[in-house]
Design a protein around this ligand. Structure first.
Ligand SMILES: Cc1cc2nc3c(=O)[nH]c(=O)nc-3n(C[C@H](O)[C@H](O)[C@H](O)COP(=O)(O)O)c2cc1C
Length: 309
């Protein structure tokens, strides 16, 4: 049995394997060093970063659901300058690319973040979170309108040489329309999906469980939605996809690659099993060996082949 190629290319970013972490579920990476060898990851996607430090939303801001969780963290983070000063230097020592997830209140915020991070040594790519409210436009999320999603993408594209991965929101009617808009605006790759808007109500207090009322649903409950959207987007555009949304084990991860993902991110699973990324990587390797797959790239989009013959 010959050796297995696990290397993939995500819009110009070379990853030694397809397994990475979903932003906001893996801290700044180092928190997981006691559990896993971080250098075995294909890439590390860090917490959402904004221009200014943010305290996030009031608590309670996380709740368990029967098949996942709700969160309304509100992008708590130390701000981009503190990230570059305090968190990036140790991350740089790890032999794996670091992808920084960025969020802003305005198109200009995204442009400024991109130019600041473009200068930062050790940032391999930017993941652009468009699931945040455009404060200037009265709070409508960038990721729900093709024109504003494209404007954010363009602002980032014009301010960085690094690969730009735009992370789509599933809270839209037609995901392919959003995908086309950001690819036309210069995205090198797409990440999908972000959380689905949801809520829970405590019947004893008769109040919403989260202080923010609404939160983002993640975990196994959203996997079928994520798979469907990746499958659709794979057919609609020709840039690589970073797939996520309810990946709990290697079978899930393989299904995402078969639907069209070039790489996959592990999110909520990190909370239940801090070694989830490693278990998933090992499971992908085992599957490839068992199925006679010599190159993991053979899996990408293979579930579409029945349509082309
Ligand atoms: C606690 C928490 C915090 C998150 N923070 C961010 C964030 O800062 N930026 C972002 O783009 N996505 C964020 N997400 C969304 C995840 O990166 C991911 O897209 C989503 O959870 C779906 O994957 P999963 O079902 O594997 O968790 C967050 C999710 C959770 C659960």
């Amino acid at each position: 049995m010959g050796s297995l190629n696990l290397q993939v290319n995500l819009g110009g970013l070379t990853m030694k394997n397809p397994v990475t972490t979903a932003s906001g579920t893996f801290g700044f990476g180092l928190e997981f060093a006691p559990f896993i060898d971080l250098s075995r990851l294909g890439a590390i996607v860090v917490k959402g970063t904004t221009l200014e430090p943010r305290e996030g939303n009031p608590t309670p801001r996380m709740a368990e659901t029967p098949a996942g969780m709700l969160n309304a963290i509100g992008l708590q983070n130390p701000g981009v300058e503190a990230f570059i000063r305090d968190y990036l230097p140790p991350l740089r020592q790890i032999d794996t690319p670091v992808i920084v997830n960025v969020s802003g209140n305005s198109v200009e915020d995204y442009g400024r973040l991109a130019s600041i991070l473009d200068e930062a040594d050790g940032v391999a790519a930017l993941e652009v979170n468009i699931s945040c409210p455009n404060v200037k436009e009265g709070g409508i999320q960038f990721g729900t309108l093709p024109a504003s999603a494209a404007a954010v993408t363009r602002a980032v594209r014009e301010n960085t040489q690094k690969p730009v991965i735009v992370k789509l929101s599933p809270n839209v009617t037609d995901i392919t329309e959003m995908a086309r808009a950001v690819v036309d605006a210069g995205a090198d790759a797409l990440a999908l999906i972000n959380t689905l808007l949801g809520m829970d109500i405590d019947i004893c207090t008769r109040r919403p469980v989260l202080a923010n009322i609404f939160g983002g649903l993640s975990g196994p409950a959203i996997k079928p939605v994520a798979l469907r959207m990746i499958y659709q987007v794979y057919r609609a555009v020709h840039v690589p996809i970073l797939g996520m949304g309810g990946i709990m084990n290697s079978q899930d991860a393989i299904a995402f690659m078969l639907a069209g993902a070039t790489a996959i991110a592990v999110g909520t699973a990190n909370f239940t099993n801090p070694r989830a990324t490693m278990d998933i990587l090992e499971g992908i390797e085992e599957y490839c060996c068992r199925e006679g797959v010599r190159d993991v790239n053979e899996l990408i989009g293979a579930a579409h082949s029945h349509l082309t013959g």
